[in-house]
Design a protein around this ligand. Structure first.
Ligand code: GUN
Length: 290
């Protein structure tokens, strides 16, 4: 069996177009564009690339982009003061502080400072708590994008066995909550899980979000399962090449011989993250206006 390759890039492009049209309506009705502020501290090259593409996508979707690039030695007080200012700014509907922050900064304290109404990353305790309670609210972008892909493949997920490999605040935990809300039977596995391969083998849906290159092997996957690969890892460069290949947390080549459907890396979950961020910004803007 050869798996259906889930085209996240195409689905994300459709979502961005839809959000862009709704954002244009929002601007016409309110006389202002919805605004997303992205805060980057330091000069981590991967984060710089993400922030740049978020800015471009925001503008392309008829929204205002506010980029705040702070020096690597920014203090906790300075960063929190910026978050406070963005919380008060009526032109800003969504605030995203790019993670990880340099190690001298208290990440959770910064995130806690973001107004829940502007928490387009869905990471504040209020957003996290609302998701756990099954209440409406802003949901982290990568898990929500992954869920959209799953629903596109399956429609109703009710009763399916889902295994989430990874328990991060950004992906694993919210992903498990979203799947539970869709009536899946959810197992959260992680680096200390015993018999990981066996547990994954029981799943109709596998979400891999551990950050370890090609860790999930083909023989861990049940025939016909749907595999969502959230990982993005760069392998060491091959001989004569400057950069290594980008791979996910799943051994894609062999896994696609077993799975029923699978996301590629790149071009699977990654593009969905930015599309959902734009969606969340527009949702936040409507809530703030209404
Ligand atoms: N770093 C990598 N992914 C993300 C994300 O979705 N949100 C934030 N804030 N930082 C990230």
């Amino acid at each position: 069996m050869t798996a259906q390759i889930i085209d996240g890039k195409a689905f994300a492009a459709q979502l961005r177009e839809k959000v862009g049209a709704l954002a244009a309506d929002f601007a016409e009705k309110t006389g202002r564009k919805a605004g997303l502020a992205v805060v980057l501290v330091g000069d981590d090259p991967a984060s710089q690339v993400y922030v740049r593409s978020k800015g471009k996508a925001t503008i392309a979707a008829n929204m205002e982009s506010f980029e705040h690039k702070l020096a690597g030695d920014t203090t906790q007080e300075q960063l929190e003061a910026l978050v406070d200012k963005l919380n008060r700014d009526p032109a800003v509907d969504g605030i995203l502080v790019q993670l990880p922050l340099p190690s001298h900064l208290d990440e959770q304290a910064v995130v806690d400072r973001i107004s829940p109404a502007k928490d387009v990353d869905g990471l504040t305790p209020v957003s996290t708590g609302r998701l756990a309670l099954g209440l409406e609210g802003l949901v982290p972008c990568t898990p929500l994008g992954s869920l959209m892909l799953l629903k596109q493949i399956h429609g109703d997920l009710s009763g399916m066995d889902a295994v989430v490999v990874g328990r991060s605040i950004l992906v694993g935990k919210p992903m498990a909550q979203l799947l539970l809300a869709e009536n899946c039977t959810v197992t959260i596995a992680h680096s200390r899980t015993r018999n990981l391969a066996e547990i994954v083998r029981g799943a109709d849906i596998v979400v891999a979000a551990v950050g370890r290159a090609e860790m999930v092997q083909a023989d861990w996957i049940k025939q016909g399962a749907t595999v969502i690969d959230v990982g993005i890892n760069r392998l060491p460069p091959e001989e004569g090449k400057e950069k290594g290949r980008l791979v996910g947390d799943v051994a894609f080549g062999s896994a696609s011989e077993v799975a029923g459907a699978i996301t590629p890396v790149p071009g699977g979950v990654g593009p969905m993250t930015i599309a959902v961020l734009l969606r969340n910004t527009l949702v936040a803007a409507h809530r703030i206006e209404s």
